[in-house]
Design a protein around this ligand. Structure first.
Ligand SMILES: [Zn+2]
Length: 145
């Protein structure tokens, strides 16, 4: 579990948990923050396992935003509270919206890591096995999304 979470938050390859998924390590390098290596440099796992694979991260990203908002509203409720007599809930709304925008580059990469990790499982013996190549790869359509 710790290994999974650590590789997830560091955007490591889900198969070997060693190779980097992204070309740049800085999520706020906005021109390059979603550029991924075609294959994991350590174990050779493809990072895009079918055409339009990362389309599905829209759902993951949405879920992450909802979870994040639930956490911030819970923290606001505990530390600041809500009342019908003032506008505190609107302050939470504004602060939460700003945080969601500022953290978006981080969430987008985390979504990709999570999404790939659903389909590519950790293989403790990755050195002995070759990565399974998906049959759903059409070279001429890759990166058209
Ligand atoms: Zn790898």
């Amino acid at each position: 579990m710790i290994g999974y979470l650590s590789s997830l938050f560091q955007n490591k390859c889900p198969r070997c948990r060693k190779g980097e998924l992204f070309v740049t390590q800085n999520p706020y390098d906005l021109k390059n923050n979603l550029k991924m290596h075609e294959r994991c440099a350590v174990c050779g796992q493809r990072t895009e396992i079918e055409v339009g694979f990362y389309y599905g991260t829209g759902y993951v990203s949405y879920g992450l935003s909802v979870v994040f908002s639930i956490l911030t509203i819970a923290a606001w409720w505990i530390f600041i509270g809500f009342s019908v007599d003032d506008d505190r809930i609107f302050y939470w709304l504004a602060i939460n919206a700003v945080l969601l925008i500022v953290l978006q580059p981080f969430f987008m990469r985390l979504s990709r890591s999570l999404w790939l990790g659903i389909f590519v499982k950790y293989d403790p013996k990755w050195k002995e096995h070759k990565p399974a190549d998906s049959e759903r790869i059409v070279e001429e359509h890759m990166k058209n999304w």
